[in-house]
Design a binder for this molecule. Structure first.
Ligand SMILES: [Zn+2]
Ligand SMILES: [Zn+2]
Length: 127
C-alpha cells in the first residue's frame, strides 16, 4: 500500500509544520499572529488576553519573560499567510482522504469558547 505510507509521510510533515505554527499560549494554530519585540509570535487574541489578565500595560513574554506591551506588537503577515496555506493543505487532505486531521481540531475548540472570560481562564491555566 504505497499510497498509505505516502499519506503518513504528509501527516508527519504537517505535524512538524504545526509545531512551528503553534501559539505557545493556547497551543493551537496561530490566529492573527503578532510578533513581539523579543521575536516570539502569538495569536493577537492570546497576547491581548494575557495583557488584560495582568491589568498592567505590560506582561512578561511567556517564552523569554521580556516585557511585552500592546504598542510593541507588530502584525506578522508572513506567518499569517503560512498558517492560511497550512490550513488549506489540511482541508485538501481531509477532503481527499475523507478523514478528519487532528491539526484542525484545536481551532474548533478555541472558536467554541463562549465568553472571553472562559477563554482567559483556559489561557491562565497554563501559568
Ligand atoms: Zn494563541
Ligand atoms: Zn519572548
Amino acid at each position: 500500500m504505497a499510497s498509505t505510507s505516502g499519506i503518513q509521510k504528509i501527516h508527519k510533515t504537517l505535524t512538524q509544520m504545526q509545531k512551528n505554527l503553534e501559539c505557545s499560549i493556547c497551543l493551537e494554530l496561530l490566529q492573527d499572529p503578532v510578533l513581539t519585540k523579543c521575536e516570539h509570535h502569538f495569536c493577537n487574541f492570546c497576547i491581548l488576553a494575557l495583557l488584560q489578565s495582568k491589568r498592567r500595560p505590560s506582561a512578561p513574554c511567556p517564552l523569554c519573560k521580556e516585557p511585552i506591551t500592546k504598542r510593541s506588537l507588530t502584525t506578522h503577515s508572513t506567518l499569517k499567510s503560512i498558517v492560511t496555506a497550512f490550513q488549506s493543505v489540511v482541508a485538501a487532505i481531509e477532503s481527499d482522504t475523507g478523514q478528519k486531521c487532528e491539526y484542525s481540531q484545536g481551532v474548533g475548540r478555541r472558536n467554541n469558547m463562549h465568553t472571553f472570560e472562559q477563554y482567559l481562564w483556559m489561557v491562565l491555566k497554563h501559568y
